[in-house]
Write a protein that binds this ligand. Structure first.
Ligand code: ZN
Length: 418
């Protein structure tokens, strides 16, 4: 991954504008963050409401997207209040959100990210947190510990998966105390944390961390057939179009029982390669690449097992069976991992994979179905890269459901609006 930093463009910018600049560069790279994911921060000195000088964490706020972020999207949280929390052993999500709301510099400004303490607990001026594809590719396989050691030596500390919140922030802070030479943190099945004295230093450290992962993946992928090679032949482009057109209204009917869904069809080469591969049936059913994908794509796609996709009537039967199976398995899993106060949400698939044909994605509107499509491209890329290293592994079903059923309000604080 190349650095997009330009000294020309950033010359003369104040410290907060440099944070905005670095954040937009991170957001511009979809291999680092997608659709509202990831966050950035800078600790600065400001005056509080009484005119006293205080240290303040400027951190990405809720509902903003790094690629288009503005100064106003970085609420200020007073550091004195943040550091007082280091004394605590535990804190619930709602309590934490309420506490941070009391610690803001501006009343009524945007709310700070649910990952605020991940930034605030670290003793460094600038912090960048991403959900990089290349990093989750390194962590989501059964050889991850060994590979990460090979790639980074003692430069990074790995933290086992835990949903974002107080405990994860505290674990990261503790891990750095006990490993003072560490240069970055890798959050398993989640992403990265880099830091530095300035946004530029931190941005460059992030790019370097990711580049090392990309090189390692490229070296291990060389000469290896992705996804075990092809199993189902692709239909020719005009036939694919015709078949997709014939299936779309039928599928739309199947998935619109509870709410109207808009479909998007995609037969890009990377999609065709994956859906028609030897490993797609099993690999697609392991789990998401990183928790923020889950919100848009659900934990699993609906895979339609077909040997060839020529006959639309036959395909419709397979499609109906596959969607019905998806709904009953989703409902069963929801009940098995039932969360307090959660009601079953729309149990229909967001991603439907059809060998030889391509992928349909669904959403409440066109924009959402396009976002789901974009995110699943990243999932495919991680599945391919992680499988080049070892056997793909993901969040447990419970952890994935835990993210999917995390209260909507908290999603908005942590990620993008669904
Ligand atoms: Zn995150």
């Amino acid at each position: 991954m190349r650095s997009r930093w330009s000294d020309e463009e950033s010359r003369g910018l104040g410290e907060l504008d440099l944070l905005v600049y670095a954040s937009r560069l991170i957001g511009a790279e979809t291999g680092l963050v997608v659709w509202g994911g990831g966050n950035t921060s800078l600790k600065v000195t400001e005056r509080d409401f009484r005119g006293r000088e205080v240290r303040v964490l400027r951190v990405k706020g809720s509902g903003s997207d790094l690629k288009s972020i503005l100064r106003k999207d970085f609420p200020g949280v007073r550091m004195e209040e943040i550091l007082a929390l280091l004394e605590r052993e535990a804190m619930g999500d709602q309590e934490m959100v309420g506490y941070l709301a009391h610690s803001l510099q501006e009343l009524g400004g945007s709310r700070p990210s649910i990952e605020t303490l991940l930034h605030g607990f670290l003793p460094f001026e600038a912090v960048i947190h991403t959900h990089a594809d290349a990093i989750v590719s390194l962590t989501n396989n059964d050889r991850s510990a060994e590979v990460i050691r090979e790639v980074y030596g003692s430069d990074v500390v790995q933290i086992p998966y835990r949903r974002p919140g107080f405990l994860l922030s505290k674990e990261v802070a503790r891990a750095l105390e006990s490993n003072p030479g560490t240069r970055a943190v890798i959050l398993e099945k989640h992403g990265t944390i880099n830091w530095g004295r300035t946004p530029k230093e931190t941005y460059l450290a992030t790019i370097d961390l990711i580049s090392r992962a990309e090189e390692a993946i490229a070296a291990r992928s060389r000469g290896r057939a992705r996804f075990g090679g092809p199993l189902v032949n692709h239909l020719a482009p005009p036939e694919r179009r015709e078949t997709a057109l014939a299936l779309a209204p039928f599928l739309r009917g199947l998935v619109s029982r509870d709410r109207r869904a808009i479909l998007h069809f995609d037969d890009a080469p990377a999609v065709l390669e994956f859906v028609g591969s030897q490993e797609a049936g099993a690999l697609s059913q392991v789990g998401p690449a990183t928790p923020d994908h889950t919100i848009f794509t659900k934990r699993l796609p609906c895979f339609v097992p077909v040997e060839q996709s020529g006959d639309p009537d036959r395909l419709k039967t397979r499609l109906r069976d596959a969607v019905e199976r998806f709904v009953s398995e989703y409902t069963r899993d929801f009940q098995a991992h039932r969360f307090e106060g959660a009601n079953l949400q729309d149990p229909f698939p967001r991603v439907i994979l059809i060998p030889g044909l391509g992928m349909f994605t669904t959403g409440k509107d066109r924009r959402t179905s396009l976002i789901v499509d974009d995110i699943y491209h990243h999932t495919i890329s991680v599945l391919g890269a992680a499988s080049a290293i070892g056997r793909y592994v993901s969040l447990t079903a419970r952890d994935a459901f835990d993210v999917e059923y995390w209260p909507l309000e908290l999603y908005k604080l942590a990620l993008a609006p669904p």
